[in-house]
Design a protein around this ligand. Structure first.
Ligand code: ADP
Ligand code: MG
Length: 370
């Protein structure tokens, strides 16, 4: 078992007196390319990262314990705390017709909370997989992901797409996951960064995505309007030559979505050819499109991308919805230290928050550890 899984198991035993029956864990994710394409029926390309949430579960009782928050809560009452995530999964399983019995659970995680690395999908996916195993439900990974998305949408009340839960449950080690957000088909795409001598550097700007909800909802409406003007169900179906029929904000948003979908598929080709230079150029192009066309970037994210480019990064871009949150760069393994120090200095000079940095290689999705 991983140290984190041991920690969840030990917390369970200490809290509830008996060892757990099952231990599972699930990772957070980053999106490599394909931003604001999900709700337009398009493509995304996330990969799972080596930060996880682990859960130890056992039959009987109805308590949830968080080793990170040092809190015990009941399984049943919704209270807008962390415990709503596992409760949501139980609810969504019930909605899908899968009955669970009373259980206890202890959680331990190390996905940064609320940074855009999807700790919420990690706790949902870990819970869902653990319950599937504990109660012998025999659900497929895709079914579990849909249950987790329903949990987040319908119980927690966050209107997210399927990407996070798919990444957390379906990713393979050393691979990204191409997801068609309309058909929900997904396939692994090799992402052997280690043999290319590359790493994924994540910069959390520590800028709260304060306006994110408003901005996000606005963008969704603009896309819907653009699709309506073009007479297509979703912007996924718009073609480049159609876009001249749009104007103003609708045209800007639609151009991003249409070009971003093309970039995701190009990026998949580039990865299959192990052409990281081409892959990286697509990352830069994605960032420019999000900055100028979709208008969801902020100075901190632009500064990170510009400094990464100056330092010779093959690619960099904001990741997630924008308005704050994280950016990523492909960078040479072992050489990120100088870049991070430079970024810290420039951020300080410009009066930005002190950023956090993480380095990742792509790992496998959720696993039952015991
Ligand atoms: P993100 O998914 O970007 O990290 P969210 O706001 O969607 O941010 O989800 C974060 C929430 O998920 C936390 O506030 C907490 O309620 C829950 N959560 C994540 N990790 C854990 C954990 N290790 N233990 C308990 N709750 C967690
Ligand atoms: Mg989340």
């Amino acid at each position: 078992m991983r140290a984190l899984e041991e920690k969840a198991a030990a917390a369970y035993t200490e809290k509830f007196g008996d060892p757990p029956d099952t231990v599972a864990s699930a990772p957070g994710r980053i999106n490599l390319i394909g931003e604001h394409t999900d709700y337009n029926g398009g493509f995304v390309l996330p990969c799972a990262i080596d930060r996880r949430v682990a859960v130890a579960v056992g039959r009987s009782g109805n308590e949830l314990y968080s080793a990170d928050f040092g809190e015990t809560r009941s399984l049943t009452e919704k209270d807008s705390s962390w415990a709503d995530y596992p409760r949501a999964v139980v609810w969504a399983m019930g909605e899908a017709g899968h009955r669970t019995e009373p259980f206890r659970a202890a959680f331990a995680g190390n996905v940064p909370l609320g940074s855009g690395l999807s700790s919420s999908a990690a706790i949902e996916a870990a819970t869902a997989l653990a319950l599937d195993s504990l109660f012998g439900l025999g659900l497929k990974r895709k079914e579990l992901a849909v249950i987790c998305q329903k949990a987040e949408n319908g119980f927690v009340g966050v209107n997210s797409g399927i990407m996070d839960q798919y990444a957390s449950l379906l990713c393979e080690a050393g691979a990204a996951l191409l997801v068609d957000c309309r058909s929900l088909e997904a396939e692994p795409v090799p992402l052997d960064l280690e043999s290319a001598g590359l790493t994924l550097l994540v910069c959390d700007t520590r800028v709260e995505r304060g306006l994110a909800d408003t901005g996000y909802n606005q963008r969704r409406e603009e896309c819907e309007r653009a699709a309506k003007t073009l007479g297509v169900g979703e912007l996924r179906d718009a073609r480049d030559e159609d876009l001249d029929r749009l104007s103003g904000v609708e045209e800007k948003r639609a151009r991003h979505v249409v070009s971003e979908n093309v970039r995701v598929l190009d990026a998949v080709d580039a990865l299959r050819e192990e052409d990281f230079e081409r892959f990286g150029r697509l990352m830069y192009a994605s960032h420019a499109s999000l900055r100028d066309g979709y208008e969801v970037s902020i100075p901190e994210l632009d500064t990170f991308v510009a400094l990464a480019e100056e330092a010779g990064a093959p690619g960099a871009r904001l990741t997630g919805a924008g308005f704050g949150g994280c950016a990523i760069a492909l960078f040479r393994t072992g050489e990120t230290g100088a870049l991070c120090r430079k970024i810290e200095t420039v951020f300080a000079d410009r009066g930005f928050n002190k950023p956090d940095f993480y380095e990742f290689v792509p790992v496998a999705g959720a696993e039952v550890a015991r």
